[in-house]
Design a protein around this ligand. Structure first.
Ligand code: FAS
Ligand code: PHB
Length: 389
């Protein structure tokens, strides 16, 4: 088999790239190691920047998003028993849209099926090969048979644990990492959200986040230890802990109910440089990971795909390598700003084991400065709604 671009991974990055390239007449094959049901079963991000929404429009996969997505003009910071709204729209003229990553992935899968593009699920042992030359190819196994796809380029959209980054020679890649000493315990329940906007809470017991998927489906998180196990967290224990970390008015208004998803995610900041190796590109979580505090993971995958699809379009239409040569530096410039923002939100809002009473006071002083300084709130807001591409 031969195609123009092989995309490894059918998460948001791979599927969005496939759609944008297809709209430019560029042929792709997506190789995904899991089943489509498994991919859709993962519960992850919930907040889209306007840049990501624009790309989904361009990809022809945003009609349900416009019908069901929830535009949010602000969010609240809760601390010291109070909560304070950050007026995103008033400060930046921009907003975010709350729409689950599962739904983004579903919409992109349906859009890809509608154009008849090739996606191969449950592809085992995918291996990018000869990407340092001009004739790369990818091998994979399916139903016990080994297949080969020759191509012009390979897009590694296979997430943090994927094969693409690991296929790059160690001396050609530099990795930066910070692992946080805590995780997020997340819960989904068919209950109305406690607030119509998100609430990020800093509390001496730990961070909490009140989010949602719709007016009837809520998504909540509490900071937990790295030793915590989901089995040790009954719904009642989760709801009690969440109430203790929220201002009284929200704790009393909280509507609880049985969870239908509960999971623990570790938190890390990670960046691999560069994001291009000959004819292999890394995009999305394959190249970088951010703690979800700033709601940037999915949105960074979108901006990487914007730069990469632009570069590939330029190659095929103008036979120019300029965009391809510039891809890594362009993407990393935005990645590092989002990594910084996500790190700063995480540092400001979470309980660090070695933080102590001094650390709590410093966080409260930073939060107090934020809610009393338009300049500080504007800086936070413009990072949250998403810096320009
Ligand atoms: P993904 O990991 O989504 O997709 C990669 C795909 O590649 C997967 O389908 C995988 O099966 C496939 N793959 C892997 N190895 C392969 C191989 N060898 N061969 C073929 N296919 C392979 N972001 C937020 O903004 N907010 C959040 O709340 C949030 N919560 C998260 C919770 C968890 C547990 C995790 C892991 C991430 C979370 N994220 C969150 C970040 C997340 O949304 C990512 O940024 C987003 O999924 C990035 O999309 P992709 O780059 O497509 O990577
Ligand atoms: C979510 O709804 O899953 C969500 C929202 C905002 C975040 C992280 C996760 O910062």
């Amino acid at each position: 088999m031969r195609t123009q671009v092989v995309i490894i991974g059918a998460g948001p990055a791979g599927l969005l790239l496939g759609q944008l390239l297809a709209r430019a007449g560029i042929e792709t094959v997506i190789l995904e190691r899991a089943s489509s049901e498994y991919v859709l079963g993962r519960v992850r991000a919930g907040v889209l920047e306007q840049g990501a929404v624009r790309l989904l429009d361009e990809a022809g996969a945003a009609s349900r998003l416009h019908r069901e997505g929830l535009p949010h003009d602000g969010f609240s910071l809760a601390f010291d028993g109070r909560d304070h709204r950050i007026d995103l729209f008033g400060l930046t003229g921009s907003r975010v849209t709350v729409y689950g990553q599962t739904e983004v992935t579903r919409d992109l899968m349906e859009a890809r099926d509608a154009i008849g593009a090739v996606s191969i699920y449950e592809a085992a042992n995918v291996q990018p090969q000869d990407f340092d030359g001009e004739n790369p190819f990818v091998t994979y196994e399916k139903d016990g048979v080994t297949h080969r796809i020759d191509c012009d380029f390979i897009a590694g959209c296979d997430g943090f644990h994927g094969v693409s980054r690991k296929s790059v020679p160690q001396d050609a890649i530099r990795e930066f990492e910070r692992v946080y000493p805590f995780g997020w315990l997340g819960l989904l329940a068919e209950v109305p959200p406690v607030s119509h906007e998100l609430i990020y809470a800093n509390h001496p017991r730990g961070f909490a986040l009140c989010s949602m998927r719709s007016a009837t489906r809520s998504r909540y998180y509490v900071q937990c230890t790295l030793e915590d196990r989901v089995e040790a967290w009954s719904d009642d224990r989760f709801w009690d802990e969440l109430r203790r970390r929220l201002p009284v008015a929200h704790a009393e208004a909280l509507v609880t109910g049985p969870s239908f998803e509960k999971s623990i995610a570790p938190l890390r900041s990670f960046v691999a440089e560069p994001m291009r190796f000959g004819r292999l590109f890394l995009a999305g979580d394959a190249a970088h990971i951010v703690p979800p505090t700033g709601a940037k993971g999915l949105n960074l995958a979108a901006s990487d795909v914007h730069y990469l699809s632009d570069a590939l379009r330029e190659f095929y239409t103008e036979k120019s390598m300029a965009g391809i040569d510039a891809y890594s530096a362009r993407a990393l410039a935005r990645v590092w700003k989002a990594v910084r923002f996500s790190w700063s939100m995480t540092t400001m809002l979470h309980r660090f084991p070695d933080g102590g009473a001094f650390g709590q006071r410093i966080q409260e002083a930073e939060l107090d400065y934020l809610i009393h300084s338009r300049a500080a709130a504007t800086a936070l807001a413009e990072n949250y709604v998403g810096l320009p591409y």
